[in-house]
Write a protein that binds this ligand. Structure first.
Ligand code: ADP
Ligand code: MG
Length: 353
């Protein structure tokens, strides 16, 4: 649905050049509900503006479906966006002189979607969907801020776009209204729409299908972030840059017992089979799935591989390999991650006896 390829964004001003996005690659599938999180100033809004075509990249490409967003002229892009994308901002940006109903009709007027006679009925349906049918005739300032955001959400849906993009949509809402907004997003994603939401509220990521972390203008590897959620974003990014993707054919050995190990492996997709030798017979002790890792016993205790690890026979195995050295450096600054790893090692070594 969305393919961002090597996107760089540099702002130039009197003080000089400032690169905010440093070569972002990202693919988002249809029907996903994606949270983009990151520290203030990390480049989240800039990235979102690259997806919406509100701003343009300094280098790189953005595809929405089959459409090359920046191959179009500005005016074409603006029309295209009106038909294909719903956008929600932190500060709702409703037109103050128009009623909620008229605000929701505006995008239909702009791109000429739906018959003129049909527009008010459709706008009322959308306001009903967000629970605002009784407020339809009111001006934005006559309703609460939460209701304004719900109206902005109805407006974003005006042309039934397949893609919804929201920048901190709950940033100004009380928790109850924020909850309604997130529920609506979940509902849209279940219907097959794609929803991309920037947020600084990490608790919301439990309700999305995917979380993307931006650190200092770069994307953190998602598998790594899942495996080591207690590292700082900066540490995650440093490890992302030092890690290497590996593909292992079905049934092939990744690591043999007693072999020297200097990397930790996280399963990206497929499954890994861990086996140890008992009385000369190999016996499988575990199957590791996406997000699980091996090589951590050797990381913390040093020495040779304590088990043999193969790709499961049914499918190839995608791995992310992180050098022990890099991980040890990160652990120094993250006692919580070290404690979590130590517990896993104690558990595994206990099991392996
Ligand atoms: P976030 O949304 O993650 O808080 P932004 O994408 O808004 O971050 O901004 C990232 C960085 O880019 C910030 O340091 C910000 O000051 C800078 N920036 C954003 N927009 C502009 C602009 N139009 N001109 C210059 N610098 C900008
Ligand atoms: Mg922002």
């Amino acid at each position: 649905m969305i393919a961002i390829q090597q996107v760089v964004k540099t702002f130039k001003n009197a003080a000089g050049e400032f690169t905010v996005l440093k070569g972002v690659d990202l693919t988002i599938e249809k029907g996903q509900f994606v949270a983009i999180i990151g520290k203030s100033g990390s480049g989240k809004s800039t990235l979102l503006n690259m997806m919406t075509g509100i701003d343009r990249p300094t280098a790189g490409k953005v595809f929405i479906g089959a459409t090359d967003l920046y191959a179009m002229s500005e005016s074409k892009r603006s029309l295209w966006r009106g038909k294909n994308m719903g956008i929600v901002f932190q500060f709702f940006q409703l037109l103050p002189m128009l009623t909620l109903l008229e605000n929701v009709m505006l995008p239909m007027d702009y791109v000429g979607m739906y018959d003129v006679d049909e527009r008010p009925r459709r706008a009322l349906e959308l306001l009903t969907l967000v629970g605002l049918e009784k407020q339809a005739g009111k001006l934005p300032l006559a309703v609460s801020t939460g209701q304004q955001q719900l109206a902005a959400l109805a407006r974003a849906l005006a042309n039934d776009p397949p893609l919804l993009v929201a920048d901190e949509p709950t940033g100004n809402l009380d928790t109850r209204t924020a909850d309604i907004v997130i529920e609506l997003f979940q509902h849209f994603a279940e219907q097959g729409k794609t929803v991309v939401m920037v947020t600084h509220d990490p608790s919301l990521t439990e309700r999305t299908s995917r979380t993307i972390i931006i650190s200092d203008g770069e994307v953190v590897n998602e598998t790594l972030a899942q495996a080591f959620p207690l590292l700082s974003h900066r540490q995650m990014l440093a490890l992302t840059k030092q890690s290497v993707r590996q593909t292992v054919a079905p049934g092939k050995v990744v690591l043999s017992r007693d072999q020297h190990v200097d990397q930790l492996y996280i399963v990206v997709s497929g499954q890994a089979e861990v086996s140890i030798e008992r009385k000369k017979h190999a016996s499988a002790v575990a199957r590791l799935a996406a997000g699980e890792f091996f090589g951590e016993v050797e990381l913390l205790r040093g020495g040779k591989a304590v088990a043999t690890v193969c790709a499961a026979p049914d499918a190839s195995l995608e791995l992310l390999a992180i050098p022990h050295e890099a991980l040890l450096a990160a652990l120094k600054d993250s006692p919580l991650t070290e404690a979590a790893l130590t517990r896993i090692v104690q558990h595994r070594v206990g099991d392996g006896k």
